[in-house]
Every structure is written in structure tokens, then in C-alpha cells.
Design a protein around this ligand. Structure first.
Ligand SMILES: Cc1cc2nc3c(=O)[nH]c(=O)nc-3n(C[C@H](O)[C@H](O)[C@H](O)COP(=O)(O)O)c2cc1C
Length: 220
């Protein structure tokens, strides 16, 4: 059984719901399983330290989760048109994986949720793609062969699945948003399965290797 990592941050549950629909899409593909993980809040020095294990729900992601999975879906709420700090903090700790080229050639996709309809879904989705491109991942979007992309009156974009949660965060996920999240998980799993079967992971040295001091000391 091969696994797709669904890695998300969610404070109020909207992104978590999208993650579950992506996971259903992944598991609709034969021999594929979703490994669902989250990331802890970022705490300042004056706050209580972040918990090592969450009280409930998905476990926190480790670097081994990233290494072991053959594809990755990353989800975060929109924060001022960008990914939330806990997700950015998680990626800022992955330079060791980057130096090893551990994620090179693995397919990846992104998803988000916003309070307002035009509050930055696409900007957030693109912001989450940036570290994935630096890691050498192969980005997977949502093609317009999914009819819901033309029908939706809320979330759902060619850059990735999304949800319009409304100002109080209570708008339910619409049929179109759900179908698009499912389709994205399914497409990611199908492409990951094909790539894993057809290609050998790149063994070329990553740009960080051989850079001497520039690449040293970055691994956390
Ligand atoms: C600090 C902060 C910044 C936010 N920035 C935006 C924004 O730029 N655009 C928007 O539409 N919603 C914004 N929101 C709202 C969240 O994106 C929205 O409530 C989202 O659905 C939350 O996802 P969750 O339920 O998974 O936590 C912001 C919320 C917070 C707390």
C-alpha cells in the first residue's frame, strides 16, 4: 500500500474538512492510502510551549512522513493572502530534506479556506506552491474537465481545492467544493501511483550539495 501525505493546519475546522474530502479521494484509488497529519501552532517565548502530541485529531507531521509518502497535499487557512504561520514554520524546518533532495519528483497539490470569497484563495494557494517548487516537487492542479470548476459559486479553483467559509466560518462545504477536493485527492493519488511505478527517484545532487558553507548548517 502506497501513501499520500495530507498535511494541513486548521484552527476552526474548515481546512480540516477539506483535508478529509481529499483523503477520501486518495483512498478511492486502488492500493492507495491517505496519511493525515497536522502541524502545531507557533508559540512565542512568553506563551506555553507547543504540545508535542495534539490533544485530539491527526498527529503532528514528522520529516519521515514526508520522506515515506509518494505524494503530498498541503492545506492551510488563508492568512492575509498567505499560508498560516504554523505551516510556514513547518516548511522552514525542512532544509535537511531539501539538501538531500528527498522530495524531488514527488507530486504535490495545495488547498485552502477563506472567510471572504475574494479574500486571497488563489494568492494563498500560490504561496504554498513556492516551497514545494524549491523542494523539486511536481505540482498537480485541478483541470477544467472537472465541471464543478465552472459551476461553483463559492470555492474551488484550478490552482487547488478551496472553501469559502464565510465571516463566521460556518458556511458548510458545498457539493462543488466537496467534489473538487475529492477529485484533487484522487488525481494526486493516481499521478503519484503512476510516477512511483514509472520513475526512479532522481539521484542527482541537490543544489545545496557541494555548495560548502552555503548548504551547511541549514538542516534542523
Ligand atoms: C490572522 C488571520 C488572517 C486572515 N486573513 C484572511 C484573508 O486574508 N482573507 C480571508 O478571506 N480570510 C482570512 N482569514 C480567515 C480564515 O482564512 C478563514 O476563517 C478560514 O476559513 C479558517 O480556516 P480554518 O477553519 O481551517 O481555521 C484570516 C483569519 C485570521 C485569524
Amino acid at each position: 500500500m502506497k501513501e499520500i501525505l495530507i498535511l494541513y493546519y486548521s484552527l476552526h475546522g474548515s481546512v480540516k474538512q477539506l483535508a478529509q474530502h481529499l483523503a477520501h479521494g486518495v483512498e478511492s484509488v486502488p492500493d492507495m492510502r491517505a496519511r493525515v497529519r497536522t502541524v502545531p501552532k507557533v508559540m512565542t517565548e512568553s506563551d506555553a510551549p507547543a504540545k508535542r502530541v495534539p490533544d485530539a485529531g491527526a498527529p503532528f507531521a514528522s520529516h519521515d512522513d514526508l520522506r515515506e509518502c509518494i505524494g503530498l497535499a498541503v492545506g492551510s487557512p488563508t492568512r492575509f493572502g498567505n499560508m498560516a504561520a504554523p505551516m510556514k514554520h513547518f516548511w522552514d524546518g525542512t532544509s535537511g530534506l531539501w539538501m538531500n533532495g528527498d522530495l524531488v519528483d514527488k507530486p504535490a497539490c495545495v488547498f485552502t479556506s477563506t472567510a471572504s470569497l475574494h479574500g486571497g484563495q488563489e494568492a494563498t494557494l500560490m504561496s504554498m506552491m513556492t516551497p514545494l517548487l524549491h523542494h523539486g516537487m511536481v505540482l498537480v492542479g485541478l483541470p477544467y474537465t472537472n465541471p464543478e470548476l465552472n459551476q461553483t459559486r463559492s470555492g474551488g479553483t484550478p490552482y487547488g481545492a478551496s472553501h469559502w467559509a464565510g465571516p463566521d466560518g460556518r458556511q458548510p462545504i458545498t457539493d462543488e467544493e466537496r467534489k473538487l477536493a475529492f477529485a484533487q485527492g484522487q488525481r494526486l493519488a493516481e499521478i503519484a501511483k503512476l510516477l512511483a511505478a514509472a520513475t526512479r527517484r532522481s539521484t542527482r545532487p541537490s543544489p545545496a550539495r557541494g555548495r560548502g558553507a552555503g548548504g551547511e548548517g541549514l538542516a534542523k
